[in-house]
Design a protein around this ligand. Structure first.
Ligand code: NCD
Length: 372
């Protein structure tokens, strides 16, 4: 049977997302009714990078559903230190478990894992690429606050270059009609060109860019703050130059509308002053709490192989073909194919000529295809 994985937000249709959110609503209303839904099931959590919210909320989710949890939060305690590849680890642990959650520093790691797994794989963050379960949490919180996911103006602020949560949020929210984005960041950390170009094409929602919170805050429904991702900088002097560039405080909150909400995937460093926590528009702790309930719903839906997520599955190759030519190589030095060379290249060829790495999402030859 073909498996369902969650590697990027668009792996689920809008209808499936709504089904997941409705299930999370029901779980929140009556959690005890769900306490045995995953009895006998085992979740494995492989965290090759630090985590507090994502790992604990997944583990709490499985325990609250009556299942069990195995895993590591420090790869140094696994055979990775002996040189074992991610794909070999997955072949082993997928034989011991029913579902696997992976956070990996290398872009495309969870996608590679999904090709070698006998059980569903959930991407809990891969390098600077994607973080789809954070996006489920973000969308669920937005839906709870506004009663809808369309016709919203979303300011995304901070590290838009390396912040995987921002990439997944744009991917997900751009599928709903009428949404508009404002990208607020220093020039060095602006949203990657590929993401902006995808927004500019296909009649997707519009965006504009600015450098300060003050320029945008009064027009926003949502201000999504993010941490500058220190661990992804190759030059720490550059980190020092940009680390304090966008900070939200109570003075700036005075410029915002009374129904605007502030979200943050957390952890924060200094980008939101602690005084803002007392403002009723600050929703980031609620957002973190929601994370456990949406992950409960996600585990239930991916584990139920006779359920709706396994019926009417869209073909994996809808809209594109995977190139099998060995000459097509991903150009991203941070792609999993560069770290685990036995992996076959998988370049998606679209009918409009775009070529995108199926692991890390890099647009191949984008300089020739897209630049003016
Ligand atoms: C984020 C992550 O790991 O990408 N945290 C999270 O999962 N809630 C954001 C971050 O680390 O800045």
């Amino acid at each position: 049977m073909k498996l369902r994985h969650l590697i990027e937000p668009t792996d689920f249709s809008i209808t499936e997302l709504e089904e997941l959110f409705k299930l999370a609503d029901l779980i929140i209303k009556n959690p005890l009714e769900y306490s045995f839904k995953c009895k006998g099931k085992i979740l494995v959590t492989l965290f090759y990078e630090p985590s507090t919210r994502t790992r604990f909320s997944f583990e709490a989710a499985m325990l609250r559903l009556g299942g069990s949890v195995l895993g590591f939060s420090d790869p140094n305690s696994s055979s990775t230190t002996k040189g074992e590849t991610l794909t070999d680890t997955i072949r082993i642990v997928s034989g011991y478990s029913d579902i696997v959650v992976i956070r990996h520093p290398v872009e495309g790691g969870p996608k590679a894992a999904s090709l070698f797994s006998n059980v569903p794989i959930i991407n809990a963050g891969d390098g600077g690429h994607q973080h789809p379960t954070q996006t489920l949490t973000d969308l669920y919180t937005i839906r709870a606050k506004f009663g809808r996911l369309d016709h919203l103006k979303i300011g995304i602020c901070g590290d838009l270059k390396y912040g995987r949560t921002t990439h997944s949020l744009v991917n997900a929210m751009s599928r709903y009609p009428g949404n508009e984005f404002v990208f607020i960041s220093p020039e060095e950390l602006c949203m990657p060109e590929n993401i902006k170009k995808a927004l500019a094409s296909d009649n997707k929602p519009g965006y504009h860019e600015c450098r300060t919170i003050e320029e945008a805050i009064s027009e926003l429904d949502i201000l999504y703050m993010t941490r500058i991702q220190r661990e992804r900088f190759t030059d720490l002097n550059e980190y020092d130059r940009v680390k304090d560039s966008c900070i939200l405080d109570t003075e700036k909150m005075k410029l915002a509308g009374e129904n605007m909400i502030v979200l943050h995937p957390l952890p924060r460093v200094n980008e939101i002053h602690h005084d803002v926590d007392n403002d009723k528009r600050a929703c980031y702790f609620l957002q973190a709490e929601n994370g456990m309930y949406v992950r409960m719903a996600l585990l239930m839906l991916l584990l139920d192989r006779t359920g709706s997520f396994y019926q009417n599955m869209a073909s994996e190759t809808a809209g594109f073909v995977i190139s099998t030519e060995e000459s097509e190589e991903c150009t991203n030095p941070k792609c999993i194919t560069k770290i685990e060379p036995p992996l076959k290249q998988r370049i998606k060829l679209y009918s409009d000529g775009r070529k995108i790495c199926d692991y890390c999402g890099t647009h191949i030859e984008s300089c020739c295809t897209y630049e003016e």
